[in-house]
Write a protein that binds this ligand. Structure first.
Ligand code: SF4
Length: 207
């Protein structure tokens, strides 16, 4: 008996679509929009907050210092960077000028909500088994809640629409720690969360 054809999956947002987006004012000062990247077959999706300075210039997610740290954490957790889909809750870089430097500024709730259309499209296109939210902004965007307690979520992954959501620190949180000990502890927390995500992704699908 012929197999019933699967309905076609939604495609991830194209770079041109994100670049042309005017749903919030962040496009105005940014160099370009930064869509997610990774294989359509990825079982694990990592969601950060927004592109940083390097990402804004290169047009790719997680290619700056935080991205390099994330790569190390993925390797420690036994995950290949090329096997996961990486993206951000907000696709344009929000910053404030300090002299000649562009300093990261946390996106507001309205910007996160405006940009959720792209994140939702990515989730529907990739259909990951597990989403890892890197930081509170990402967790709030993924769960569709205005406020989330990252510390509570980190200890207890939650299920949303048939997929597991694991929350952990954003790699930039590690970079902001003042002592070597704090940096190591925050980094190990991310590694532990990524290991948990890998275990969950290897288990049976919930949908
Ligand atoms: S940040 Fe998101 S919602 Fe705002 S303009 Fe860019 S793509 Fe559109």
């Amino acid at each position: 008996m012929p197999r019933r054809a699967e309905p076609p999956r939604e495609a991830v947002p194209a770079r041109e679509q994100v670049n042309a987006c005017r749903r919030c004012p962040l496009w105005h000062d940014a160099t370009q929009g930064v869509p997610g990247a990774g294989p359509a077959s990825a079982k694990v999706m990592l969601v950060g907050e927004q592109p940083g300075n390097e990402e804004d210039l290169q047009g790719e997610p997680f290619v700056g210092p935080a991205g390099r740290l994330l790569g190390e954490a993925l390797a420690r957790a036994g995950l290949e960077r090329d096997d996961v889909y990486v993206t951000n809750a907000v696709k344009h870089f929000k910053f404030q000028m300090r002299g000649k430097r562009r300093l990261h500024k946390t996106p507001g709730q309205l910007e996160v909500e405006a940009c959720s259309i792209w994140l939702e499209q990515e989730i529907h296109a990739i259909e990951p088994a597990v989403i890892v939210a890197l930081g509170a902004t990402a967790a709030s965007a993924v769960l569709g809640k205005k406020r989330v307690a990252l510390s509570t979520l980190m200890d207890a992954p939650v299920e949303k629409e048939g997929r597991m959501v694991v929350a952990t620190y954003h790699p930039s949180f590690v970079l902001r720690q003042r002592s070597e000990e704090s940096r190591r502890a925050a980094f190990e927390r991310i590694v532990a969360s990524l290991r948990q995500a890998a275990r969950l992704a290897a288990g049976p699908r919930r949908r």
